[in-house]
Design a protein around this ligand. Structure first.
Ligand code: GDP
Ligand code: MG
Length: 596
């Protein structure tokens, strides 16, 4: 297709504002998916996506659309909607010239609306403001049109009003996309440069790579080169998605499509990388490539020790589809053999864990998530710590932790509770501004470690669900952090060591010690549980020794109670872990790690 007849656009929206529904409606209106084939949220293909109602992997669909005499090709590029995947969002947007900024007319602007808008503006995209769900009785399109207009600097009348549900206004929106979004520019005669904005592993076909051709063109059977790694690959298939993959003989400048090279691992075809011709390579890659960087680490252990090889194979398989998942084997005295895994964020962790359990039938236990710390010791040695057990003992010169720049949007009634929460979590306010009389935008710097846990839940509960949050990594900052160890009868229990702020150390130590006292059965001797920073004990609990006459008491008494006790012992014995002389049922570790 000639570039003047191409329009590349994304829909950006806060979660639940109706992006998937609108996308489905567009597929129907343009005839790409017929009524019969239509199933709710056609584009959200993965099961977990559908169940959680989130979009993890972006897709690109080509839709024909006629305006006047001219037949256009609209490429709709879907972006993941969650903060864990900001880099993926930014690459999807970089493949477009325009973005539909979709806002629920009953809710108004939310934090992700803003975050995605800022990303789109960084790429100089044309923004089309759209209010959705105008069919809802509670919709206030006029009010929110004003908010939206003042945010992006247009007139309230310029905001389109649609309903993805009824289809009202959607055809007019497609017309506006053709009218307002500029056609792609790029040099068709220059050496080929195509940007990878998504890369998906397919069991049957290997890696399917989604690209936007910027300069030159791609032709079937060409030899390709990935510029970040300088590896070359045969091009086996080239095509467009409409809505099923359809092979084509070429993709010209400005076009969007997929390619298959036979590579089996998405790491060889990375988001943000530039694809060029192996025979006539471009001199310079397109800007913006970045190695994926895990932000949150957690140990994953199979509950059944014999499942370790299954877990390893499962991680190997998932990694084919996920360049941002990292893992290496680790051993824990308490939990056995497992893997220390790196994730983009907590949602990413949950998704991976859920997929491991569901698709590979594994029962897993995960240690409390932690971020990566940068430690400088007294003698000047610097090290990166991904696991509390690697945190050096003794005096340290400096400990740096990752911090994020967070944007929180809240109704003005809840500003107090939000500020209180941010203060509790060691936040520093950068600024605060009113979006309208009753909506406030707050900017904070917060330690990533304070966000990854339950910050979002707390924010929601303190604002009755009205506040929204978005954040991105914003460097490292020094902090007063210490490692708290938990000792059982003098032996350290590695799975419970944590790196915490010194003001939170006592609380962590006592909570953990009390929890374990309740969970660990009595032994023949008294067992002290201690929480310690280095050699300094900060909390202590005791598990009293088993009374000799305890079993005797059962005899002659309640027979069912005795049987139960014996059965329990039998079941428990199978899964005992020895920490020094203390026998601990694995259940106790699992319970201590999972309840919070
Ligand atoms: P996404 O998270 O932005 O992809 O949002 P979805 O498309 O999954 O929609 C979220 C919820 O809003 C779903 O329950 C949809 O049925 C509903 N929804 C989406 N668009 C409309 C609309 O135009 N009108 C109404 N009434 N509901 C809508
Ligand atoms: Mg969706």
């Amino acid at each position: 297709t000639e570039p003047s007849l191409i329009r590349n656009f994304s829909i950006i929206a806060h979660i639940d504002h109706g992006k998937s529904t609108l996308a489905d409606r567009m597929l129907g209106l343009t005839g790409v998916v017929t009524e019969r084939e239509m199933r709710a949220q056609y584009l959200d293909r993965m099961d977990i996506e559908r169940e959680r109602g989130i979009t993890i992997k972006s897709q690109a669909v080509r839709m024909p659309w006629q305006v006047g005499e001219k037949a256009y090709a609209l490429n709709m590029i879907d972006t993941p909607g969650h903060v864990d995947f900001t880099y993926e969002v930014s690459r999807s947007l970089a493949a477009c010239e325009g973005a539909v900024l979709l806002v629920d007319a009953s809710q108004g602007i939310e934090a992700q609306t803003l975050a995605n808008l800022y990303l789109a503006l960084e790429d100089d995209l044309t923004i089309i403001p759209v209010l959705n769900k105008i069919d809802l009785p509670g919709a206030m399109p006029e009010k929110h049109a004003e908010e939206l207009a003042s945010l992006i600097g247009c007139q309230p009348e310029d905001c389109l009003k649609v309903s993805g549900k009824t289809g009202e206004g959607v055809a007019a929106l497609l017309d506006e996309i053709v009218r307002q979004v500029p056609p792609p520019t790029g040099d068709p005669a220059a050496p080929t440069r195509a940007m990878i904005f998504d890369s998906v592993y397919d069991t049957y076909r290997g890696v399917v790579t989604y690209v936007r051709v910027v300069d030159g063109s791609l032709t079937a059977r060409q030899r390709l080169k990935m510029m970040s790694s300088a590896t070359t690959h045969e091009l086996l298939e080239l095509g467009v998605i409409s809505p099923e993959p359809t092979p084509t003989s070429g993709l010209g400048a400005g076009e969007v499509g997929y390619l298959i090279t036979g590579v089996k691992d998405v790491r060889q075809s990375r988001v943000g990388d530039t694809v060029t011709s192996a025979d006539k390579p471009a001199a310079e890659a397109l800007a913006g490539y970045r190695d994926p960087m895990p932000m949150v680490y957690s140990g994953l252990y199979p509950i059944e020790g014999t499942d370790f090889p299954v877990l390893r194979d499962a991680l190997d398989k998932l990694r084919l589809n996920d360049a941002s998942l990292t893992y290496e084997p680790e051993t824990s005295a308490a939990l056995g053999s497992g893997f220390r895994c790196g994730f983009l964020g907590l949602l990413h962790l949950e998704i991976i864990r859920e997929r491991l359990e569901r698709e590979f039938d594994l029962a897993l236990i995960s240690t409390a998530p932690n971020v990566e710390y940068h430690v400088v010791t007294e003698d000047g040695t610097e090290l990166d710590v991904h696991n509390p057990s690697e945190f050096p003992d003794g005096k340290l010169k400096e400990v740096l932790e990752p911090v994020v720049a967070a944007t929180i949007l809240t109704p003005s009634d809840f500003v107090g509770p939000v500020m209180e929460l941010c203060q509790d979590r060691r936040g520093t306010m950068k600024n605060m501004q009113y979006l309208s009389a009753d909506r406030v935008e707050l900017h904070y710097t917060l330690p990533l470690a304070e966000i990854v846990y339950d910050f979002f839940d707390q924010l929601k509960s303190r604002t009755r669900g009205y506040a929204s949050l978005d954040y991105h990594l914003d460097g490292l900052a020094p902090a007063d952090l210490v490692k708290v160890d938990i000792l059982l009868n003098g032996e350290q229990v590695d799975a419970f060591s944590a790196i915490v702020h010194k003001d939170a150390a006592y609380n962590y130590g006592t909570t953990m010690a009390q929890k374990l006292r309740k969970l660990i059965p009595r032994q023949q001797f008294e067992v002290p549980i201690q929480a310690a920073i280095g050699t300094r004990v900060i909390a202590r609990e005791n598990i009293r020794a088993l009374r000799k006459d305890m079993l005797a008491k059962c005899y002659g008494g309640d027979i069912t109670r005795k049987r139960k006790l014996l059965e329990k012992q039998k079941a428990g014995k199978k899964r005992m872990k020895a920490i020094g002389r203390v026998e601990v049922p694995q259940e106790a570790f699992i319970a201590a790690l999972s309840s919070e």
